[in-house]
Design a protein around this ligand. Structure first.
Ligand SMILES: Cc1ncc(COP(=O)(O)O)c(C=O)c1O
Length: 368
């Protein structure tokens, strides 16, 4: 039997052996900070090992969309673990097939084909690699490889996703980054980087995409990636019409539009997906976090027929997507995602997010 550990034991062992994200460990050694030992959760309440209760305002890391303690998800994962804990997605497993089908039904526009991975970063890497390989195969005489994103945007911690990220604090210590990633200004009306104001600005920030594509040459640009609402970079919704105009710019230059819905997906913004606020659909959508509400790690990259079909050809042509992911399409993660999505859609939780979000916004506005 495993020996019982006290809270002090856990803190000591953790201090000696764990490396926490974005955290100065010297504070622990000096006793200037103490990390919390969380033990269990119920709904939106967390309990620590010393019996204190906390309101989990962030919902984990913006991902526990259905709340803690949902037995339905635990049971779905347990049943799948007993039946078939793993087989690579080079073959079929039922939860992955059912989940890909569900994603095709629930996502907007013509998104229909999903490549599974383990995290938001990996799902973005997958999107960028799809966009580059698509660029080579769809436009063989061109050099479509550049990916344009925004300052303040966040797309993950791996090298490609970090190169698309526009937050200097997450990048500079790891430079040089991946070549071919460009950035434009964010649609940040409150502190407009262009010193303009909406609507007289005519949404000049979105026109920067058009300008950069023209300057670089459309035949060098593979994709644009944006979060429909910037999350970690400040919770910045774009002005009305921004995403629609972005769609037009992409169509005009035959550049793929990637929406990173890792935070905004699965109900957090008052719609099932953030891009639904403007009725705009991407060519590629990236999901993670709320797809399982954190009960299992899972990333998903879903594309349209038009993108998928560029990978079709005779075997000898080697047009298939040149990527493999050991745990992509993991049956247990996909079973958890299906149970999570059943809860989310059954309870229409995005409507609750809209109600509570309106209440919070009007309360904060009254204070300002
Ligand atoms: C918009 C966005 N994309 C991608 C990621 C990366 O996801 P992960 O941490 O699962 O790799 C995050 C993480 O916070 C995110 O907010």
């Amino acid at each position: 039997m495993t020996e019982q550990l006290t809270v002090d034991d856990l803190r000591r062992l953790d201090r000696d052996h764990c490396w926490h994200p974005l955290f100065q460990h010297q504070q622990l050694a000096e006793g200037a900070a103490e990390l919390t030992v969380f033990e269990r959760g119920e709904g939106s309440t967390l309990y620590d090992a010393e019996g204190r209760a906390y309101l989990d305002g962030y919902a984990g890391l913006w991902n526990v969309n259905v709340g803690y303690g949902r037995q339905q998800i635990a049971e779905a994962a347990f049943e799948q673990l007993k039946r078939l804990p793993y087989y690579p997605h080079s073959q079929i497993n039922e939860p992955a097939t059912r989940l890909a089908t569900r994603l095709a039904e629930l996502t907007p526009g013509g998104l229909r084909h999903t490549f599974f991975s383990n995290s938001g970063s990996e799902a973005n890497e997958t999107a960028f690699k799809i966009a580059r390989q698509y660029g080579q195969q769809r436009f063989p005489t061109q050099r479509r490889h550049k990916i344009i994103s925004r300052y303040r945007g966040y797309h993950g911690f791996t090298f490609g996703a970090m190169s698309a990220t526009g937050q200097m604090a997450r990048r500079t210590k790891f430079e040089p980054l991946v070549p071919g990633f460009l950035h434009v200004d964010p649609p940040y009306c409150y502190r407009c980087p262009l010193h303009l104001s909406y609507p007289s600005c005519a949404t000049a920030c979105v026109e920067e995409f058009d300008e950069v594509i023209r300057r670089e040459g459309p035949d060098t640009v593979a994709a644009i990636v944006v979060e429909p609402i910037i999350g970690g970079g400040g919770v910045i919704p774009p002005p009305d019409g921004y995403l629609q105009r972005l769609r037009e710019i992409c169509d005009e230059h035959q550049v793929l539009l990637i929406f990173d819905e890792v935070i905004t997906g699965w109900g957090r913004t008052g719609r099932l997906f953030g891009c639904e606020h403007e009725g705009v659909a991407p060519d590629i959508m990236v999901m993670a976090k709320g797809i399982t509400s954190g009960y299992q790690p899972l990333g998903a990259t879903i594309v349209t027929d038009e993108v998928f079909d560029a990978f079709a050809g005779e075997t000898a042509e080697r047009r298939e997507f040149a990527q493999v992911c050991t745990y992509g399409g993991h049956p247990v993660a996909c079973a958890a995602a299906l149970a999570n999505i059943d809860i989310l859609t059954g309870e229409r939780l995005w409507e609750n997010a809209e109600r509570v979000g309106d209440k919070l916004l009007s309360g904060l506005t009254a204070l300002s």
